[in-house]
Design a protein around this ligand. Structure first.
Ligand SMILES: NC(=O)c1ccc[n+]([C@@H]2O[C@H](COP(=O)([O-])OP(=O)(O)OC[C@H]3O[C@@H](n4cnc5c(N)ncnc54)[C@H](O)[C@@H]3O)[C@@H](O)[C@H]2O)c1
Length: 262
């Protein structure tokens, strides 16, 4: 036995099939690139099919394996159809990463039921639906699996005003994560969440909502000195879907440059 360990095997996703929601852009696209780079075949799912196809095409042109799927996470049948399509095309499903999400902002007193429902239907109910359908497949196939949900640091501590509905939906994702992990452990399915801090994406920049009052922000820059990059989040996702994290489940990992520790 060598005294040294082959660490590459701890991050090898060869043979694995991974479904990533929200893969058209932002963090989701970066997660697709990371998982494909580790050898996974990636199913890129998004409501924005043309951009999901771009993600898949770029990965294939670079020598990886990927294909694109349309899904509307707010529609139950669309999610059921997505999981069936992925299972049918690839004959297995090992990894689910729920990245897709809406980040619309509104002050509490102006938050309509329509906005509340819109955010919860995609962020929380959509994640529940993908987990439910993925878990059925993983359980039936008997190979275990990995599920990672992208929550938010705001789910455990308010950062700025206007995020009541959003942060409530993401707090729900944390509860969903812990309870799914508890039920699915017996099937060898690990479920964890990542709670990103402020991470620069084009989608976040386009998010509808009232102007953010910078003067009320406690700290603009986290202790590590910069806002997040999508690769900061994708590398944490890679760890949680890789063999390296085999004994970790039910956790909510804050990846925020130390922001909440401020
Ligand atoms: N950017 C940040 O600072 C930040 C911080 C904390 C958490 N998050 C969370 O991280 C995730 C990714 O954030 P991002 O900034 O990359 O977002 P983004 O807006 O760039 O990408 C979100 C993706 O979700 C897709 N999507 C939206 N509604 C959908 C639906 N109904 N069905 C399927 N796909 C749908 C969009 O088309 C898009 O491709 C989100 O869940 C977000 O809430 C982001």
């Amino acid at each position: 036995m060598s005294a040294l360990i082959d660490l590459s095997s701890l991050y090898d996703l060869g043979e694995k099939v991974a479904l990533v929601t929200g893969g058209a852009e932002g963090m989701g696209k970066e997660v697709c690139r990371f998982l494909a780079s580790a050898g996974a075949t990636v199913a890129v799912a998004d409501i924005n099919l043309p951009w999901a196809q771009d993600t898949a095409r770029e990965i294939v042109e670079a020598g990886g394996n990927a294909s694109a799927y349309h899904v509307d996470l707010a529609a139950e049948q669309s999610v059921v159809d997505l999981l069936h399509a992925v299972r049918k095309q690839h004959e297995r499903l090992d990894i689910l990463v729920n990245v897709a999400g809406l980040q619309d902002r509104e002050f509490l007193t102006e938050t309509s039921l329509a906005l509340w429902d819109k955010l919860h239907n995609v962020n929380l109910r959509g994640s529940f639906l993908t987990i439910r359908e993925a878990a059925k497949i993983m359980r039936a196939d008997g190979r275990g699996g990995r599920i990672v949900n992208i929550s938010s640091m705001g789910s455990v501590h308010p950062i700025f005003e206007g995020l009541v509905a959003y942060n409530a939906s993401k707090a729900g994702v944390n509860g969903l994560t812990r309870n799914a992990a508890y039920e699915l452990a017996q099937h060898g399915i690990n479920v964890n969440a990542i709670l990103p801090g402020n991470t620069t994406t084009a989608g976040q920049g386009r998010t509808p909502g009232p102007p953010i009052d910078i003067s009320k922000l406690k700290n603009l820059t986290p202790p590590l000195g910069r806002t997040g990059k999508v690769s900061d989040i994708a590398s944490a996702v890679l760890f949680l879907v890789a063999p390296a994290s085999e004994w970790i489940t039910g956790q909510t990992l804050i990846v925020d440059g130390g922001h909440l520790n401020n």
